[in-house]
Write a protein that binds this ligand. Structure first.
Ligand SMILES: [Zn+2]
Length: 335
């Protein structure tokens, strides 16, 4: 069997990522976190990590952006790569002087699920939905859509073991991203498709209980709500509950570790999810309902408008605590 289509499709995305690195004047470094879980025929793909900014800046502060957890939702990867390219372009309107001056860095995982992107599937090569795969049990998950253990032939399959992609993300969070104490750890995972509105969710997905370190999260939510009226900023479980959310598991592990530390040494970890609403495009042209890619992505002619629409929020999010003074005050006021 030939994999030509899949290889060429992944190649196009990979080329975009490499171009970004090459054009950054050394300001973007690329590493490989791992390979994806192999398909039954043994095919696997690299999972890349980008570090944007000066090496020393990562000791100070570095928010994380993730996309491509669901292989079909490529508008998220586009929005992600768009803002990265602009942050490091001194000629453009969205470049970041503080980033260029080494005051902070940005971690980026543009495609956590490269097999899904190559195969045009939501799941990885084993038919497993990575955002149902973390092992967390929801209190009242939506039937089927909220994750099931029936079969990898059906969407929203949780799988029976943690996938390589899931483990690669958790390892990175544990060993790099969340390693330093007394830091403000901001993360954003970009998805698309659900509903006509744009959601900006905070955890949890497994319960309606208040999130760990809720005061800090509410304060970020208030700041963003004031400036960005086009998003519904709220806890994810208000929309629906699912099993196996990646950020639920990451936050629960962080909570366990943090509660063992002295209060004055604790960090804050605030993982958010941006869900870019694309369903109003379906109303405009209902024929798009018959293409699985089209349900999760805007039509080609609207792509630029989507990038532009979400650029301001991404820029703001990345810069929320880019100033040392703002971080100190925020940490001091945290309970
Ligand atoms: Zn998604």
């Amino acid at each position: 069997m030939s994999f030509t289509t899949e290889i060429l499709r992944f190649e196009r995305w990979q080329r975009r990522i490499f171009r970004l690195v090459r054009n950054s004047n050394g300001l973007i470094r690329i590493k490989q976190l791992d390979y994806s879980s192999p398909s039954k025929k043994g095919q696997r793909w690299p999972i890349y990590l980008l570090e944007i900014g000066h090496k020393s800046a990562f000791r100070k502060h570095a928010p994380l952006i993730v996309s491509g957890v669901h292989g079909l939702e490529t508008i998220g990867v586009r929005i992600h790569l768009d803002i990265l390219s602009r942050l490091v372009d001194p000629q453009g309107r969205h470049y970041s002087p503080d980033l260029l001056a080494g005051k902070f860095g940005v971690y980026s995982i543009p495609i956590l699920n490269p097999a899904g992107v190559a195969n045009l599937t939501r799941s990885n090569a084993r038919g497993i939905d990575l955002n149902r795969n973390s092992g967390v049990e929801a209190e009242k998950a939506l039937p089927f859509f909220g994750g099931h253990k029936l079969s990898g032939a059906l969407p929203y399959f949780r799988g029976h073991t943690k996938q390589r992609e899931t483990r690669a993300l958790f390892r990175f969070l544990r060993e790099d991203f969340l390693r330093r104490r007394r830091r403000v750890h901001l993360a954003l995972d970009i998805h698309s498709g659900y509903g006509s509105e744009n959601f900006f969710w905070w955890p949890y997905s497994y319960t309606t209980k208040p999130v760990f370190q809720e005061q800090a999260i509410l304060s970020v939510a208030d700041t963003l709500r004031e400036r960005h009226g086009m998003y519904r900023i709220e806890p994810m479980a208000k929309s629906y509950q699912t099993h196996g959310d990646l950020w639920d598991a990451a936050l629960l592990a962080f909570q366990d570790k943090t509660l063992q530390q002295k209060p004055q040494r604790r960090s804050l970890f605030m993982p958010f999810t941006l869900e870019v609403g694309t369903w109003h495009e379906l109303r405009k042209s209902p024929r798009r309902l018959f293409s699985r890619e089209a349900i999760f992505n805007p039509p080609r002619e609207s792509r630029k408008a989507y990038l532009k629409a979400h650029r301001a929020l991404l820029w703001d999010f990345i810069h929320l605590y880019s100033k040392r003074k703002a971080r100190r005050e925020f940490l001091r006021s945290a309970p």
